[in-house]
Design a protein around this ligand. Structure first.
Ligand SMILES: Nc1ncnc2c1ncn2[C@@H]1O[C@H](COP(=O)(O)OP(=O)(O)O)[C@@H](O)[C@H]1O
Ligand SMILES: [Mg+2]
Length: 491
């Protein structure tokens, strides 16, 4: 090998994980047999990477989840699960009712203005999301003078807000086609406008009448869902508020207001939660969802009209992958852990690997991967890779107290590679050399290390930086110890 350009990056994302053979092996099994996985260990060692790579080993989702209007009891919408084939067949049937997408400049001018594609002042076209016209910098919407009491001073602002308030995303008009008057609907569709003629409208109405439903979890979705630090509604779903309480004419039907949670969106895929302990009491719900493989969706805000709506038994058959640090294990709900062990695996990730030929080659692969992923830094020479290996040997000794090993705290090593690369780019070089690594190591020192260097010891620096009064209350100690004294959830 001359530079990292010659290093082969494995196509299988699980093979890109360096030094975690046990965890990677279990991830392969978990993907194949649909088992859960708890990864325990310090940050930056590849836990998230393993979880994502696992998801890419799953076959694509096969089911679409829908909520269907329940005419007998609108506040109890029903769940419908469609297989891939059936869902795709319906999509092609809907095609005719989809309407045509056209350029905003092709619709009648009055429609383009009402949908706010066209500026009423200068005739410039821009997406309706721009409230102010990029052509003349004036608010795009046509607003009649409503006797604004603030006079000219605020009129600009008022126009924008009033314009937004009165904005329409759908305009109904008529047009003459083949000598006959017919209804046409123009709808906003991002940068384009959707036109629904009489035929498309009839078809749409018919389909809507036949099976009023909402797709909750679409067939085409990513098999990996990150729900770290999710709130209760994000995790479990919700039913949105309707000021008209779902009144049949004025309001929005309850089934339309149902929103899926992360547990449902990860159906057939991976639900990944980093820092599992942070979920606190919500861990209980995950346990239930894992056991039942279905979980109801209901309005979670008791003050909202959504609270009276509930959809039972919404499927949520996910592979649960979670990660946490060793010191957070006591805050992981114990029945949840026993559930993971019962149908999955717990694994302590490695923090070092032996310093041998094979693993040094793996470090070279890691360097090549980081450079390929970053895209903004040049390749590294053989000597630079050797310097990185030397640094990872030093860190294994210093951080883990292990000699003859290489560190696997690779996020930080990645940072080192990137700062070395930045130095090269900054100096208009075209290759990372050993000297750049040496300089980056110096830059990458922690503040504690820098203090030690400047003042001889960490404590020495501390005493210079504090007044007498501060020293008495020892703020560092306060923050370090109080965090775990919090009222956190203990399973
Ligand atoms: N074992 C590893 N093999 C290869 N790259 C790694 C490894 N561990 C960490 N990295 C690099 O560091 C980044 C952060 O790792 P991550 O998986 O988020 O760590 P964790 O989830 O354990 O905190 C990854 O995107 C990858 O670039
Ligand atoms: Mg992570």
């Amino acid at each position: 090998m001359e530079t990292t350009e010659d290093v082969l990056i494995p196509p299988d994302p699980l093979n890109r994980v360096v030094g975690q053979d046990e965890a990677v092996g279990l991830a392969r099994i978990a993907a194949k047999q649909r088992r859960h996985l708890l990864l325990v260990g310090p940050p930056g060692t590849g836990k998230s990477m393993i979880a994502q790579a696992l998801a890419l080993h799953l076959s694509p989702p096969n089911e679409e989840i829908r909520v269907v209007h329940n005419p007998e009891s609108p506040e109890r919408p029903l769940v419908e699960v469609k297989g891939r084939e059936e869902a795709l067949r319906e999509v092609s049937a809907l095609k005719g009712a989809e309407g045509e997408l056209i350029d905003p400049e092709e619709v009648p001018i009055s429609v383009a203005e009402r949908l706010r594609y066209r500026c009423v002042h200068c005739g410039h076209y821009s997406p309706p999301s721009d409230a102010v016209c990029p052509g003349c910098s004036r608010p795009k919407a046509a607003v009649q003078n409503m006797g604004n009491p603030f006079g000219d001073l605020l009129s600009g602002i008022m126009e924008v807000t009033l314009g937004q308030m009165s904005q329409k995303d759908r305009v109904t008009t008529t047009r003459k086609q083949f000598g006959k008057e017919e209804v046409v609907v123009y709808e906003r569709a991002g940068e384009l406008v959707k036109v629904l003629d009489q035929k498309a409208l009839e078809k749409r109405r018919k389909i809507e009448k036949e099976s009023p439903h909402k797709v909750l979890v679409p067939l085409e979705r990513h098999p990996f869902l990150l729900a770290t630090g999710a709130s209760e509604t994000e995790l479990l779903g919700d039913v949105k508020h309707d000021p008209y309480g779902g009144h049949p004419q004025l309001g929005t039907e309850p089934y339309v207001r149902v929103v899926a949670g992360a547990i449902h969106e990860s159906h057939e895929g991976v639900l990944f939660i980093d820092e599992l302990q942070q979920l606190g009491p919500l861990q209980r719900y995950i346990l239930t969802a894992m056991q039942e493989k279905r979980f109801p969706i209901s309005g979670r805000n008791p003050q909202s009209a959504g609270a009276s709506v509930r959809v039972d038994a919404v499927p949520c058959d996910f592979i649960f992958v979670a990660a946490c640090n060793i010191q957070d294990l006591p805050y992981v709900l114990s029945p949840l852990r026993s559930r993971i062990v019962g149908s999955g695996y717990e694994v302590l990730v490695e923090t070092t690997m032996p310093d041998n030929e094979t693993n040094r080659a793996k470090m070279a692969q890691f360097v090549a991967q980081e450079i390929a992923m970053d895209r903004r830094i040049p390749h590294a020479s053989k000597e630079a890779v050797e310097a990185i290996i030397k640094e990872s040997r030093r860190r294994a000794k210093e951080q883990e107290g292990k000699s003859g090993s290489l560190t696997l705290r690779l996020r930080e090593m990645g940072g080192l590679i990137r700062s070395a690369g930045d130095l090269v780019v900054n100096e208009s070089g075209d290759r990372i050399e050993a000297s750049h690594i040496a300089r980056a190591v110096k830059i990458a020192r922690t503040v504690e290390e820098q203090i030690k260097e400047r003042y001889g010891s960490y404590e020495g620096g501390l005493s210079r930086d504090l007044t007498e009064a501060q020293r008495a209350t020892a703020p560092y100690q306060y923050w370090n110890y109080h965090e775990s004294d919090d009222e956190r959830y203990i399973g």
